[in-house]
Design a protein around this ligand. Structure first.
Ligand SMILES: *Cc1c(COP(=O)(O)O)cnc(C)c1O
Length: 404
């Protein structure tokens, strides 16, 4: 029995083969490397998977870690796929569901990529991971690095959610704040890694295994629906790893014969203040161009130029999906309305997808009969400032007004 059926890495541009059992960055073309598996070696059945513990490691044959003893886990994965009857009815999409990634360790789906990426880095002998981040990825990688006994060097914009600084500090990471955007943080990390031995640059899509961890969101959606696909999946897209990964997951499941038929239409959702992928989609281009002054409250998707933009556009186009931008005003309104309808406080990035569902229903792109899954990529608790609070404070002898 092989724990991992990992075969090799493949360049996402020219398909060239690269060794998966040494530390790798991007391909010689500077493109992301994608993990490929020997699917003939995957003899596990769907029923056997169902009997495994409810973490993302239940799909270990399709993950890159070779030695079970090297798995670094905080219990991540198998998040709920929630029905949203009240909110779905309000939007005219009764088949609306939410995959709630607010429940993973560190409160954002970044934990999936970190669990698998850190496990594999440690297995391959890396001593320290180094990365730029908009906050949540750094917090997650810092947590899993601590769990694995690795060093973590993190650089993030000063504007990143403050809680993520604290998460990095409490888990012992070496943290730097950068007066700029994630790209500026990336340049500093690149420089630092060149000077430090044993450190790996784990920037988005510059190491091959983060995407493998995120892929498990796609496996879980299919498994939770009884090995069936929804019609549409919406994903808040920054660097695009999650949407590329879900697409990759579904292709692997189809090749295994575990799902059949059409893949879901994949929708890349961005904030109007930073929507390079939407612009490229609308213009019929294969690559994006960074906007001049990117800004949105949905900080996790403030990525002006994603290394994997061409892969996101391919995932969207190949599945008959679309790319759509929503304003901060619309996404904040969606965040409030969803919390009132269903009792769940989602992150602004997740909220952007609910605003997008409303827009797509209005435009007729959704006709209301579809099974629709929204990825809520994190908990609203990470972004307390998105909800201003103005409530009366009662003095000791104050009274609560009678509303009876
Ligand atoms: C990082 C992040 C995203 C964007 O993720 P990608 O997969 O890189 O596009 C979305 N939401 C939250 C909360 C994030 O932290």
């Amino acid at each position: 029995m092989t724990f991992s059926a990992l075969s090799h890495l493949e360049c996402s541009r020219d398909g060239s083969r690269h060794d998966g059992d040494v530390v790798q960055g991007t391909s010689t073309l500077g493109a992301p490397l994608l993990a490929r598996y020997d699917l003939d070696q995957v003899t596990v059945t769907r029923d056997e998977i169902a009997s495994r513990p409810p973490t993302l490691w239940r799909y270990h044959e399709l993950l890159p870690v070779r030695d079970p003893a090297r798995v670094v886990s905080l219990g991540e994965g198998m998040t709920p796929l929630l029905d949203l009857p009240r909110h779905g009815a309000r939007l005219g999409v009764p088949g609306l569901r939410m995959k709630d990634e607010g429940l993973v360790p560190t409160g954002a789906f970044k934990a999936r990529g970190a669990a698998v990426g850190v496990s594999r880095a440690a297995e391959l002998g890396v001593k320290g991971i180094a990365m730029p981040t908009n906050g949540n990825a750094g917090a997650a990688w810092a947590a899993y690095a601590a769990r694995a006994g690795l060093d973590a060097l993190i650089a993030m914009p000063v504007d990143a959610p403050e809680i993520t600084r604290r998460e990095c500090v409490v888990t012992g990471a070496e943290l730097y704040l950068v007066d700029g955007l994630i790209g500026d943080a990336g340049a500093l990390i690149k420089q630092a890694v060149a000077q430090r031995s044993g450190y790996q640059d784990t920037s988005t899509l510059r190491e091959p295994y983060r995407i493998e961890g995120k892929k498990t969101m796609g496996f879980e959606i299919a498994e939770q629906l009884g090995w069936r696909c929804p019609d549409v999946i919406l994903y808040p897209t920054g660097g695009g790893v999650g949407i590329i990964a879900i697409y990759k997951a579904l292709l692997e499941l189809r090749e295994l014969g575990w799902i059949t038929g059409d893949l879901p239409r994949l929708v890349a959702v961005q904030a109007a203040g930073c929507a390079p992928i939407v612009d490229a989609f609308d213009a019929g281009l294969d690559e994006s161009t960074a906007p001049a002054h990117p800004h949105t409250v949905a900080f996790g998707i403030t990525v002006p130029k994603a290394l994997g933009d061409f892969l996101v556009l391919d995932a969207v186009r190949s599945t008959g999906g679309t790319a759509i931008a929503v304003t901060d005003e619309a996404l904040l309104a969606a965040q409030w309305q969803l919390a009132r309808d269903e009792g769940t406080w989602v992150c602004p990035e997740g909220a952007a997808c609910f605003a997008a569902v409303a827009q797509l229903r209005e435009s007729g792109w959704l006709d209301g009969s579809e099974d629709v899954v929204v990825l809520n990529t994190g908990t609203g608790l990470l972004y307390p400032d998105t909800v201003p609070v103005d409530v009366p404070t009662l003095a000791r002898d104050g009274v609560i007004p009678d509303r009876g």
